[in-house]
Write a protein of this length. Structure first.
Length: 179
């Protein structure tokens, strides 16, 4: 899959659908150049996620689910949404993120550690069954695998930084698959 650049007019605004469509002509060209399914959706997803990442916005699971759903729209519609996100960020001048939580109770820490394990495994699984690429090579899978590594690293930091006594030692993702 060809990596798509952000539309040249992403920071501006579109006056017509033709302008928006011209900004994403490369998405249509990439889809026309292959018989593989999901090329447009993958590139739309990347376009939206890049705008969100550039705006330093933290997404929740449901947020990402909606972005994935929006990525199934026409590329020009995704370009408009990406442009709105970009311009809103530029106008606001500060990142939008979730504040850091207070110290976790032992039971909450256990839940977070287990959730990180499950989230990492889920991201890896999605890349294993991705129809868009072999071996996690598409941009969406590369980002998913990077997220899985980040989950693993956070889990390790939580365990290393004085895990609560009630938190059992968890096997690494590779060890869980062998059991």
């Amino acid at each position: 899959m060809t990596r798509i650049p952000r539309p040249a007019t992403a920071g501006g605004q579109f006056e017509t659908e033709a302008e928006a469509r011209a900004a994403v002509a490369h998405v249509y060209q990439a889809a026309d150049a292959t018989t593989r399914r999901g090329v447009m959706t993958g590139q739309n997803h990347e376009m939206l996620c890049e705008a969100i990442d550039a705006a330093e916005v933290t997404m929740g699971a449901y947020d990402h689910r909606i972005i994935t759903w929006l990525a199934e729209s026409e590329p020009q519609a995704c370009a408009v949404i990406a442009g709105l996100i970009t311009r809103a960020h530029q106008a606001g001048g500060r990142p939008v993120s979730t504040p850091a939580p207070a110290a976790l109770a032992p039971a909450d820490a256990l839940l977070v550690i287990q959730s990180l394990d499950m989230a990492g495994d889920w991201r890896r699984y999605l890349c294993e069954v991705c129809e868009s690429c072999p071996g996690g090579s598409c941009p969406v899978c590369r980002k998913g695998l990077a997220a899985a590594e980040a989950y693993d690293a956070l889990r390790e930091r939580m365990v290393a930084n004085g895990r609560p006594p009630s938190v059992p030692e968890q096997p690494k993702p590779d060890e869980r698959q062998e059991q």
